[in-house]
Design a protein around this ligand. Sequence first.
Ligand SMILES: Nc1ncnc2c1ncn2[C@@H]1O[C@H](COP(=O)(O)OP(=O)(O)O)[C@@H](O)[C@H]1O
Ligand SMILES: [Mg+2]
Length: 357
Amino acid sequence: MKLTYASSRKREFIVDRTTAYFGSFAWVVSQVMSGLCLVFAAFLALKGMISVGDIVVFQSYFNSISGNVQSIVNIYPELAKGLESVRSVSEIVLSDSVEDNRDKIQLRYVHGSISFENVCYRYPNADKDTIKNFNLEVNPGECIAFVGASGSGKSTIMNMIIGFLQPTSGTFKIDGKPIEEVSLPTYRHFISVVPQNSILFKGTIRENITYGLVNVWEKDFQDVIEKANINEFLGLLPNGIDTVVGEHGDKLSGGQKQRISIARALIRDPRILILDEATSALDNISEHHVQKAISSLIKDRTTFIVAHRLSTIRDADKIVVMNEGEIVEVGTYDELVAKKGHFYELKKLNEIKTDEE
Ligand SMILES: Nc1ncnc2c1ncn2[C@@H]1O[C@H](COP(=O)(O)OP(=O)(O)O)[C@@H](O)[C@H]1O
Ligand SMILES: [Mg+2]
């Protein structure tokens, strides 16, 4: 069963058209009936069989009955729409996975060592490689920061780590196993992603953090709230952790949303963490709070950060400087600054937020 946009649009069109026909038909029938009744009553009155007062009563009874009948009849299109929605949702839920994970290694635990060996990646239909000869060894628990101009391939690398993209050539290994041999759902069980723009759905902050999880211990939850530095702003909200936030989290600032996103990752206790730092400038106080949350998040996990903040980069075990899909420099902050190469130039160009200077 394959759900295509065209087929779903066509079916929606049919539902809308049926609803419209149905509504107008029901309306016409009721108006015609009401007219006929009036004519019939007038005829009876002319014959002297009923009084004019009776016509008015008769007509108002008719209107109230036909109104009720019409509202019962109008349930049908709503029902049809509801059934159609159930069908669309079940098509998605029951559709086959796009990834074939049969006969793959089921990971029961991930230690978090990652290696790229001569990895190249070319997007379908592209005429050159986006990632060229990428080599990187990461030990469990290390924090790797990626820096580089926009378009240098940072997101492509992150998508490979998540297993969305697989190398066109070369090998990407997780705990020594080539990614092609691993069952991706079992691997992703151990990954959390904190995206650049945190998406909140309509619900309480607690629901936004724990969605999809069963049996979250209150002690663990409180611990996460503390570590993600969410306690700091809960007092300002009308219902604390049970305050309902909107789909776009309108009541919250960018820094607060990001901390909720960090809590979401923390409570899942991942072995591998992908963090795309928001580029939008946070004020210094928010930055401080978010940074504190990030520090507790990355502790004891293999972490990959697309970094824009100086503080994050400073604490990284390795900084990978990328340019046009290639690694141009790798080292710690101090090493790279001393080298006065690409990283130094990037920092000078303010591609990296240098609020300390
Ligand atoms: N889906 C795609 N199809 C083709 N080219 C892409 C696609 N996504 C990204 N690219 C190209 O790959 C290069 C690297 O992009 P990306 O990894 O997003 O860089 P960064 O995250 O460092 O800004 C860019 O030149 C971009 O245009
Ligand atoms: Mg990107």
